[in-house]
Design a protein. Sequence first.
Length: 162
Amino acid sequence: MLEIASQIVLCLLLAALIGFIIGYLFGKSTCANDKCENTHADLHGSDDAHTAAEKTKETETVPETKPVLLTEPRGGLKDNLTRIKGIGVKIEETLNKIGVYHFDQIANWSKEDIAWIDANVAFPGRVEREQWVSQAKALAAGEETEFSKRVDAGEVSSSKQS
């Protein structure tokens, strides 16, 4: 019985050692740039932690131009933004909170507007990746997209209001 317990403890220690080695090597391979070195220093209580955070903030460029935002939907009626592929109920709520209610607002976004949305609404890259602007242009013009047809038919669960 004691022999089995000692073998189990030995196997656990060996597994832990292998895990630490793999974690260390994986961490080294994914952390081969300067940002990771700063993060490593920050984790060990370096006095430069605050300075490193300030430098990061200084190098980030936050767009100054923002898209046209409304205080309320025109005519009291908002468009169903979930008809745009990539916008579910939660994202629609977020967009409504900042003042985006209509397809034509999204259809008219410039690169700067998209950068502002990426920086301030917390879905970086999503607007361009999921082609919100081109979908919104079609919907604003009264056209349908394959996705909007599916939403209208109730086939898209992420677009259903709860």
